[in-house]
Design a protein around this ligand. Structure first.
Ligand code: ADP
Length: 399
């Protein structure tokens, strides 16, 4: 069985064609600048990389180009489109309507459109991606895999905000959490590594990338996560502030003559480690600047690690223990200085890492960085959100 995984953004569309018998990627790539002059498709197979520069006025043209590339006699990966058994789409927000992967139907798409206002930066683009595929391949079954679904097992006391209950009910204001496919993948990999029954495990997963979130996974199920109603909440990120006293909004608005939307844009784009450091949102630049004596870059790194550490501590309290701490995504997989700082002085919890192993570059497999005497396993696990989307779509078809 071959599954095409599609992740559509407002001007981009990333894809992977995965052979589910081997779970190997047989082709992958992305379209950039859809709807903007100078659009380009980059397509990779085992035979190499091809760049195709062609106008892509919309997502339908983009997906058609992807399909043409996939079946191309020279640089394609399959003989005919008929070899694609299903498409798995990333959809950011499920609201409270879906707690698992679902098949695309008119009714499901209607619900997604109603929920688009909950994630206005992502959902309209995700929906465009699905609609484009439906037009180009109307007879291929499609699955929708939601970023929020893994978090749907959170108990009410974890997802409720302390606001008027009627507003929660009516306006759906609550914690949803994001990066669910990543937290799900790495927690499942960790459970396999621990070799214990899932029900007996207590895991904290740290997805640290351009956006960052931490989750508490007890018995294989998410019981809490750091992102909230939107992906702006939780720990500080590249350019996002993370948690902040909500009264700051009013103060910012009056001092800077901002509208509410201006305030949110400011917290999304001018905050985080980029805002604190004034150097960059990229942790490679920050660690370099800090090592050269840049104090604000060091401060940004310190704030980031401290906030992640606090979330880990609170989730250990929420689960009454921890067996395994997992780091994943761009920073979690690569920035050893951040892992070192987060795990420093955590011996009270039984968390201790081997410094040499921590500094070793990961080779794409699970990297155990726990010290020999660490009670808690500390693992670096490369995330694979596309594989989760493909696996879930496959399961859906098999049902
Ligand atoms: P996104 O949320 O955009 O998918 P990633 O998970 O790719 O983000 O993480 C990107 C961040 O990871 C970069 O901003 C950078 O700070 C950090 N990073 C550190 N080392 C590396 C590396 N070797 N490769 C990629 N990203 C790295």
């Amino acid at each position: 069985m071959k599954i095409l995984v599609v992740n559509a953004g407002s001007s981009s569309l990333k894809y992977q064609l995965i052979d589910m018998d081997t779970e190997k990627v047989i082709a992958k790539g992305g379209c950039e600048r859809i709807g903007i002059r100078g659009s380009k498709l980059t397509h990779k197979t085992s035979r190499g990389e091809t760049a195709i520069e062609k106008d892509m006025p919309n997502h339908k043209v983009a997906i058609q180009l992807v399909l043409d590339a996939l079946v191309h006699p020279e640089y394609g990966a399959i003989k005919s489109m008929k070899e694609i058994d299903a498409v798995g789409h990333r959809m950011v927000h499920s609201a409270e309507d879906f707690d698992r992967t679902v098949l695309v139907t008119d009714q499901v798409m209607q619900k997604c459109k109603q929920n688009a206002e909950l994630a206005p930066l992502h959902m309209p683009a995700n929906i465009l991606g699905v609609e484009a595929c439906l037009e180009v391949m109307p007879n291929t079954p499609m699955g929708l895999v939601f970023d929020t679904a893994f978090h749907s097992t959170m108990p009410p006391h974890a997802y409720m905000y302390a606001i008027d209950y009627n507003d929660y009910k009516e306006l759906k204001i609550r914690r949803y959490g994001f990066h669910g496919t990543s937290h799900k993948y790495v927690s499942q990999e960790a459970i396999k590594y621990l070799g214990k029954p899932a029900e007996e495990t207590k895991i904290v997963t740290c997805h640290l990338g351009g956006g960052s979130s931490i989750s508490a996974v007890k018995g294989g199920k998410c019981i809490d996560t750091s992102m909230g109603f939107t992906p702006l909440a939780g720990v500080p990120m590249g350019t996002r502030s993370g948690d902040i006293d909500p009264a700051v909004l009013e103060y910012l608005a009056s001092k800077k003559h901002f509208s509410v939307l201006d305030c949110i844009n400011y917290l999304n784009k001018n905050g985080g480690v980029a805002g604190i450091s004034g150097v960059s949102s990229d942790f490679r630049d920050l660690t370099k600047a800090a090592s050269e004596g840049n104090e604000r870059a060091q401060l940004a790194l310190d704030v980031f690690s401290y906030c992640v550490k606090k979330y880990i501590g609170s989730y250990i309290a929420a689960m009454n223990g921890i067996d395994c701490l997992v780091f994943t995504a761009g920073i979690g997989e690569n920035t050893w200085q951040v892992r070192r700082d987060i795990c420093k002085d955590m011996d009270f919890f039984g968390i201790s890492i081997d410094q040499l192993r921590n500094e070793q570059k990961n080779d794409g497999s699970i990297h155990d960085i726990s010290a020999a005497d660490s009670k808690v396993k500390v693992l670096v696990i490369p995330t694979n959100e596309e594989l989760v989307i493909a696996r879930e779509t496959k399961e859906l078809l098999e049902k």
